[in-house]
Design a protein around this ligand. Sequence first.
Ligand code: ZN
Length: 243
Amino acid sequence: MESKGQVANGGLPAGAGSDQIPNAKPQKPLALILFGPPGSGKGTQSKLLLKTLDFPQISTGDMLREHVRRGNAVGTKVEAKMKAGILVKDEVVNRLVEERLAQPNAARGFILDGYPRTRAQAETLCGMLAGRGAEAVVIHLVVDYNEVIARLTGRRQCPVCGTLYNLKFKPSKVPGVCDLEGAALIVRDDDREEVIRERLDAYQNQTKPLIEYFREKGKRLYDVDASSEPPEAVFQKILALIQ
Ligand SMILES: [Zn+2]
């Protein structure tokens, strides 16, 4: 077991055991960066990759919440901002990522989640990766927006028992009513078309400059069609690309 939860906070190397035998064939650590709009199945792909590659997921959101929970210096600094929904400063987030990358279980590779979020973060990340001899591989899940909208706006929920239906993929037996107790189905606020369009636009605005940055820099970047095949097939495509 890796000593999880040990934040290298001024912690110095243990002194002994620093002269380990170098690995026979050192491989470049892989920094996997997944981009995908709502409805692209990014969460599913990320989980499959973590399991198969045995990489840690480095989530800046989780790390920040953990610091807040512990109430340490970083935590108190960012807590108010997070509560107010204000973005935490790049330098704070960058430092967290840098510390995390130095931990032993990130030595072979890792999947970044929620980072980089800005072009400045992407630049810093590339510097960090260069310093560690790691290679960035960007997977961009591409979906047809009309299809995402059709899928998400087709969702209906029973307000009584919570069962989810989909007009296209999982319709109720009688249109508009729940199979279980006959309650009238509703559209959740999150699933209204204008809300979905807003989320897709927000994603687009945030991600586009990052994709462009990685492309300009000549990083390995793959556009993967995530709308015409089942998740398992998409996953196999991704695996083939990164190996
Ligand atoms: Zn019901």
